[in-house]
Design a protein around this ligand. Structure first.
Ligand code: G4P
Ligand code: NA
Ligand code: NA
Length: 194
């Protein structure tokens, strides 16, 4: 997605070789027009797949997921990383390890909102090691829901999440794939340059 690659090229900052900071439009401040275009692009790619609901994870998955849900006219559910005062019964949970942060989070959704009647589109902001996506797939499976695929805003192609998921036969659609962040420069993978 050209508009996204241009935004990454102009505003993204490479931190410590392996991490891309995109706080100006995705992870802290949000660019609503760009998010809308991202939502439309996910919608275009998944419009014929019978998707009934979008599943994402707080916090940075919510903005692109909400815009995709708006375009597709379907609800958006976000998995929670912390216990909620009101969300306590009928929870479906999964453990998500973060290699980056060396933490384990329990993520949860209510079985009221993700069910065996659903065909889900899973959306997230970043795909790195794939642990968040695997957790969301696990929750989808526990609910008995079908998964049409995974939509990712920025895939770090030099980490193994994309390979891991695609090898399992999961359809992964990434709007920008980063091949390398070496020498402080963002290099995109060729197939995402269309
Ligand atoms: P994984 O799910 O693919 O295995 O990711 P990992 O544990 O490596 O990443 C943990 C957190 O860091 C996730 O956000 C993920 O989106 C984010 N992340 C990973 N690599 C990058 C990067 O290069 N740049 C940025 N900006 N984020 C990255 P999170 O902790 O769930 O936070 P949030 O959704 O509240 O933002
Ligand atoms: Na994130
Ligand atoms: Na995320």
């Amino acid at each position: 997605m050209k508009q996204l690659r241009e935004k990454i090229a102009s505003e993204g900052r490479v931190l410590s070789g392996e991490v891309l900071k995109v706080d100006s439009f995705l992870n802290h401040q949000i660019d609503p027009k760009l998010m809308q275009a991202i939502g439309e692009e996910f919608s275009r790619r998944f419009k014929n797949d019978g998707v009934t609901k979008i599943l994402t994870i707080e916090s940075s998955g919510i903005a692109p997921a909400a815009m995709a849900g708006l375009t597709m006219g379907i609800p958006v559910v976000f998995a929670r990383k912390r216990a909620s005062l009101t969300l306590t019964e009928g929870l479906i949970s999964s453990e998500v390890k973060s290699f980056t942060k060396q933490t384990v989070n329990t993520i949860s959704v209510s079985g009221d909102y993700v069910t065996a009647d659903d065909t889900l589109l899973i959306i997230d902001d970043f795909l790195a090691n794939g642990q968040a996506a695997l957790g969301l797939l696990d929750i989808s499976g526990q609910a008995g829901a079908k998964v049409a695929g995974i939509g990712i805003v920025i895939e770090k192609g030099f980490q193994n999440g994309g390979k891991l998921l695609r090898e399992q036969g999961v359809r992964v659609e990434s709007l920008a794939i980063i091949e390398s962040l070496a020498d402080g420069k963002v290099a995109f993978r060729e197939e995402s340059e269309v």
